[in-house]
Write a protein that binds this ligand. Sequence first.
Ligand SMILES: Nc1ncnc2c1ncn2[C@@H]1O[C@H](COP(=O)(O)OP(=O)(O)OP(=O)(O)O)[C@@H](O)[C@H]1O
Length: 245
Amino acid sequence: MAEQKICVAIKNVSKQFGKHVVLKDINLDIREGEIFGLLGPSGAGKTTLVKELSGLDVSTTGENIVLQQKMPDLKTINRIGYMAQSDALYEDLSAKENLQFFASLYGLKKKKQNERINEVMQLVDLTDHLYKLVSDYSGGMKRRLSLAIALLHEPELLILDEPTVGIDPVLRKRIWDAFYQLNNGGTTIIVTTHVMDEAEKCDRLGLMREGSLIAIGSPVELKKNTNTESIEEAFLVYGGVAHEA
Ligand SMILES: Nc1ncnc2c1ncn2[C@@H]1O[C@H](COP(=O)(O)OP(=O)(O)OP(=O)(O)O)[C@@H](O)[C@H]1O
């Protein structure tokens, strides 16, 4: 990590859907250039939080400052790449047509569009499948195409909601290689996951449970502080579940 500048500042953020409190007073700084993982079981509030950071939802109280702007902010949204949990692709179009559509939405000019389409498809290793209909893509290919789309406008911050769910280990490694490549180029990455080996790949983690952030630290720190050997065990200790050695 070259710098310690703050990319995302989450300040006293709470979220309620009706009476249901989904996020409880979250405070978190994410640094520029880091890969930050939000780890927690289903329903912990990870998606709700990253949607707020992406400008797709708003907090009930508190504020989310992303790239020095209070969210939601239209200009800032254009500096973020967001990959949702389920793929938002047009199945009846080819990959290239999908990419062109989203590139136009991002306002990229024709020449730039073609350049970026080639670059992002190379990064996700789909160059040979550019003209294939998305309906003929496998699940893993669709995930990689979604990632390519999120990268078209060269975002400074990439937010990935469970990017490798349902993906086999070989492909998962390939996708993570792409994340590292982007991160080495300076992109800050926020990734939600409930996969422990994926959590180990992050620079720092925020452990979430029932809408609360119960611990923040590097994988090594979290294990050391709880005297455990795995993130899974550390999570249980932070969550108040007895740790049996
Ligand atoms: N639009 C909504 N209206 C009402 N409740 C919602 C809405 N969106 C999310 N929730 C609730 O908020 C809680 C947190 O959901 P969220 O999707 O943020 O969790 P998550 O940690 O991302 O889980 P998963 O890993 O399953 O995606 C859940 O109880 C969910 O039912």
